[in-house]
Design a binder for this molecule. Structure first.
Ligand SMILES: C[S@@+](CC[C@H](N)C(=O)[O-])C[C@H]1O[C@@H](n2cnc3c(N)ncnc32)[C@H](O)[C@@H]1O
Length: 223
């Protein structure tokens, strides 16, 4: 294809994709006002704000937590707590979300919005390295959301597997790595995402699907 028509083709593709994103946003359930505020505060005040789940992914996690009637949830990678709140809102009353982050500086903003969103009592924040904290958690989880350092995704899966109830979900974020997973040459983090996807596909103990929502989610259900 000539360069100028390739450019037009790509521009048109991008415009369609932006219009579709807008359509999907406008025609899914409205974002809660406190979550809107948290998203905005994250964008304005926190380093690497793109890491925040945001409305559509948050809404999916909320619905999965609700449909699965989750009682115990584990999140690896809290950041500013957007997904934590969505999952807590979806779970059964008296359910608990254990959420782990290595960065203590994010705790204040998290606690502020846990309170504002009325889910403070349902969330236990654990500060430290996930590989050290997970083995100390003695519970069965209905849903695990893996969303921290990419190199450790496979290790997190192995560490949590026996703690997940039969029928429980293990959801991993960023597994398409902005589309880079299809490239022959991959960055280190992208290769880790690719290896994670292969590992899940080849694990007969789970059934799974990859969704291309946002940066890609790998959803595995323990048989
Ligand atoms: C992509 S953000 C999480 C986004 C959040 N789940 C959301 O949906 O908005 C990744 C987080 O993982 C944390 N993290 C990175 N390495 C970690 C580790 N080894 N143990 C625990 N947390 C870690 C980072 O501090 C960061 O806040």
């Amino acid at each position: 294809m000539a360069l100028d028509s390739l450019f037009l083709h790509e521009t048109k593709k991008r415009m369609i994709s932006e219009l579709l994103d807008k359509y999907i946003n406008e025609n899914s359930s409205e974002e809660d006002n406190n979550l809107k505020e948290l998203y905005r505060e994250t964008q304005l005040k926190v380093l690497m704000p793109h890491m925040c789940s945001g409305h559509l992914q948050g809404q999916l996690l909320y619905l999965l937590s609700k449909i699965s009637r989750c009682k115990n949830i584990l999140e690896i990678g809290t950041f500013t707590g957007y997904a934590t709140i969505c999952m807590a809102k979806g779970m059964l009353e008296n359910g608990i979300v254990d959420t782990i982050d290595i960065n203590r500086e994010l705790e204040d903003v998290c606690q502020k919005y846990f309170e504002k969103c009325g889910v403070k009592e349902q969330i236990r924040m654990h500060i430290g390295k996930a590989t050290e904290i997970i083995p100390t958690l003695d519970k069965k989880y209905d849903l695990v959301f893996i969303d921290a350092d990419k190199a450790n995704y496979a290790i997190y899966f192995d560490l949590v597997f026996d703690k997940v109830s039969a029928g429980g979900l293990i959801i991993a974020d960023n597994i398409l790595w902005k589309g880079e997973v299809v490239n022959e040459k991959k960055s280190k983090d992208c290769e880790a995402m690719h290896q994670y996807n292969l590992k899940i596909k080849n694990d007969s103990r789970v059934e799974s699907i990859i969704l291309s929502l946002r940066d890609g989610l790998n959803i595995a259900r323990k048989k």
